[in-house]
Write a protein that binds this ligand. Sequence first.
Ligand code: ATP
Ligand code: MG
Length: 417
Amino acid sequence: MTFIKNLLSYLSLPVQQSINNKPVYIPRDKHMLSRKNISPEALQVLYKLHKSGYKALLVGGGVRDSLLKRTPKDFDIVTNAHPEQVTSLFRRCRLIGRRFVLAHVYISKEIIEVATFRASHKNNNAGIIQDGRIIRDNVYGKTVDEDAVRRDFTINAIYYDISNLSLFDYANGMEDLNNGVIRLIGDPIQRYKEDPVRMLRAIRFVAKLDFTMAPETAAPITDLANLLKNIPAARLFEEVQKLFLSGHAVKSLQQMREYNLFAQLFPLTESCLNDPIAARLIQEVLENTDARQQNNQTITAGFLFAALLWPPLSNLLPKEQAKGVNQQEVLFEAIEYLLKQQQKHVAIPRRIAILMQEIWLLQLRLTRPRRGKKKNFKLLQHPRFRAGYDFLVLRVKAGEQEVASEAAWWTKFQQRK
Ligand code: ATP
Ligand code: MG
């Protein structure tokens, strides 16, 4: 099978992974997914649905990552119960989403996502398609077969059925899982047009799992990258967070740049990346973020975003300080302008934007002429001093030599007895 696919793509003939009419059935004793891999809360939800007479299956990352012997981030459940029926089964349950309605079931401190099987669109009120893009995806299906077609990648369409503990592989996902391949189900161009976020998901899984993209899945991305402009900026923020705050930020950026996706999300930053200092700053902050993630240290999204947007921000600031100009005011104006431009692409929530602003303003306070002991001690007490100082050190590491002596001064000042 792999040989034929590779041969077809070598010959530039269209290859397409379609859904198997009959899924590959893998009974319990022929696969490695055990109930021990599944969180007790997710199991509870699966069994409650099952005992209430509904179909209940695990799908997506929970199955995929368990089969890869990785700890899943979350467990996604699918059922033939409609969202209202799911709500009536669980005491703490909330329906969320408009584009894609699903139930959030709260058990202990966990949130388990329960989605109803989707079916193909009839362009009625529940499922709306505009210029090939799915605006609303709430046409419910009755069977897993219908649901499988709507999944994005083959490795995400392996279902674990709680009624018999078997796996159902609808799109040869097992083979791709074993070969480390990210492959879209169906016609890649159509699938990306339906939901351009799938382009970001494709590279995210490449980065996260260290997989490669099937040639036909990779081929259309660069040309279609600009479709991301139609996606609400808030949804893109969610995706950017997953790309950069999950321990694989360096690879995510490299992949995003390779496919022209970074320029869609951070155009102002992209235009600075020819500058080696800017490129090093971003590389450095992403490496730090990945290392912190691996060591289970806290990660501050504000710090990361402050770094991502520092190169375009500093380009907006005058290189020479004119006399009589209030530097803080100039900086404020530049920040306001920059954030306004950036928010058009990726919405940055207020609490994060506030932290970014504090870090940036501290750069000014940490590098202007010193004003006496009392003021220096006061700055040390600033709730964001640590973030501001770390940011200054990061800039020096990236090659901003002009602030090196200031950073060294603050390092020494903190070490004084
Ligand atoms: P992870 O949770 O580790 O980020 P995941 O694959 O579980 O990865 P989710 O966003 O939790 O990703 O989605 C769960 C499943 O829902 C996916 O595995 C996939 O089958 C389906 N899915 C999610 N987003 C899309 C999409 N944009 N288009 C098609 N199917 C999707
Ligand atoms: Mg998931």
